[in-house]
Design a protein around this ligand. Structure first.
Ligand code: GLN
Length: 446
């Protein structure tokens, strides 16, 4: 049935890059047999899942939506892929995205863009655009996305679904093709908050294969969904509802706050004073890390190799020139520049210092509050083609998600209404490793 729906809808939406029908059927049969033999159901038993195409899947093509990896078949599973299999979910295929997760509209996919199921003229957001659009269109029960500066939350917001970015270190990054290693996190995109809690339960936990994996106890996320938020103290940063935020988006979030108040929570306006520096800080740090991470794509070890190179240098040069798209090249150049001697102190090091200040803003607010709430993105989904020629406007769409990534704390985007037929998302931000409160609040609101 899942594949029938995909067949009917995906030629319009474009959410999938690779389908794996044969394997999915085999898994489904295996699950049937397991039940018949009296076996126990895993946590995600029988649920059809789509995996973002920067998460490796053994024997199933993993492209990062890049021509460079258009022929890349991984020989191992990412830790999250393994965990999904162990929980008895059924992998349908791999989801479209911005190339190497760089972008916020899915227009940087080197295969084809994804369209927003609510209005096909509009973008689904990015970079996990395929992951979000497929859930919204009913083409997958849930999906995994990755979030470096907003790539789970922003597309979830644009597509009217629930997208959770866990605390940095909660979910293993082993097998996630690295973009900016100090920021990347994998998380679930689902129809509702309860499903999000289920998927998080299945994928969270310490992994010795990821040196930044946190060795913390994993709570029972489902038992956190009590519906009770009496006495909860909410902070609303004035920078998140001020200039640059579409008044309709602000209005919907304010309405949602009233609902939360009705449930016994209180809210107050606060300040995260370094918010204005977050976008610049992020694009320096993320591009620096990307320029280093993407050095492994040399035409020798992975993916596509250029034909007839004159020598080894030429092989690197030609393979990279042909394999990477324009946005990826832009980031590699920016990052290489920021890391080069003479500029390192002025750019990279400075950005690291500002990152600390941004993190402290959050620490300070969390001394007096349980949760921070604001919009996920300043606007609803924009039109395809509207911003492709202007990277700076595109980068500014991330202004409300990037600070959270820099601070490493968890946040979920939940739908909170519509504006002109397009979904609006509210962002609920929690203390590090306090996904339980984030999910509890989101669930109480929903
Ligand atoms: N839009 C942001 C960027 O282009 C976020 C990407 C992400 O989170 N992977 O970097």
């Amino acid at each position: 049935q899942a594949f029938k729906t995909i067949q009917e809808r995906d030629n319009r939406v474009g959410a999938y890059l690779t389908l794996d029908e044969e394997q999915a059927r085999a898994t489904a049969r295996k699950l049937d047999d397991k039940l018949k033999a009296g076996g126990e159901r895993g946590l995600l038993f029988g649920l059809p899942v789509g995996i973002k195409d920067n998460i490796v899947t053994e024997g199933l093509r993993t492209t990062c939506a890049s021509q460079f990896l258009s022929n890349f078949n991984p020989v191992y599973d990412a830790t999250v892929t393994k965990k999904l299999r162990k929980a008895d979910s059924v992998i349908l295929g791999k989801m479209n995205m911005d190339e190497f997760a760089m972008g916020g509209s899915n227009e940087n996919s080197s295969f084809h863009p994804v369209r927003n199921p609510w209005n096909l003229e509009h973008v689904p957001g990015g970079s996990s655009g395929g992951s979000a659009a497929s859930v919204a269109a009913g083409e997958a029960y849930f999906t995994l996305g990755s979030d470096t500066g907003g790539s789970i939350r922003q597309p979830a917001s644009y597509c009217g679904v629930v997208g959770l970015k866990p605390t940095y270190g909660l979910v293993s990054r082993f097998g996630l093709v690295a973009f900016a290693s100090s920021l990347d996190q994998i998380g679930p995109i689902t129809k509702n908050v309860e499903d999000s809690a289920y998927v998080l339960q299945a994928i969270a936990g310490y992994d010795s294969m990821d040196s930044t994996s946190a060795n913390v106890e994993i709570p029972d996320y489902l038992s956190a969904l009590t519906g009770d938020i009496k006495g909860l103290r909410i902070a609303v940063p004035k920078e998140y509802v001020g200039e640059g935020v579409d008044p309709v988006v602000k209005e919907k979030v304010m309405d949602a706050l009233k609902v939360l108040e009705g449930l016994g929570a209180t809210w107050e306006e606060v300040s995260l004073p370094h918010t204005e520096y977050a976008v610049a800080t992020y694009y320096l740090l993320a591009s620096s890390e990307a320029s280093s991470n993407l050095a492994r794509f040399d035409g020798v070890r992975y993916g596509v190799r250029s034909d007839n190179p004159a020598n080894l240098l030429d092989l690197y040069h030609e393979s990279r020139s042909q394999g990477f798209g324009p946005e990826v090249k832009r980031r590699i150049m920016l990052g290489t520049y920021a890391l080069s001697s003479g500029y390192y102190d002025a750019y990279y090091l400075k950005a690291q210092k500002v990152r600390t200040l941004i993190k402290r803003d959050f620490d300070q607010v969390f001394e007096d509050f349980d949760i921070i709430i604001g919009p996920t993105a300043p606007t609803t989904a924009f039109k395809l083609g509207e911003q492709v020629d202007n990277p700076l406007t595109m980068y500014l769409n991330d202004i409300l998600t990037i600070p959270v990534s820099l601070a490493g704390v968890p946040a979920v985007s939940v739908p909170c209404g519509f504006a002109e037929g397009l979904p609006v998302g509210m962002q609920i931000i929690g203390k590090a490793f306090d996904e339980s409160t984030v999910l509890r609040v989101a669930h109480a609101y929903e």
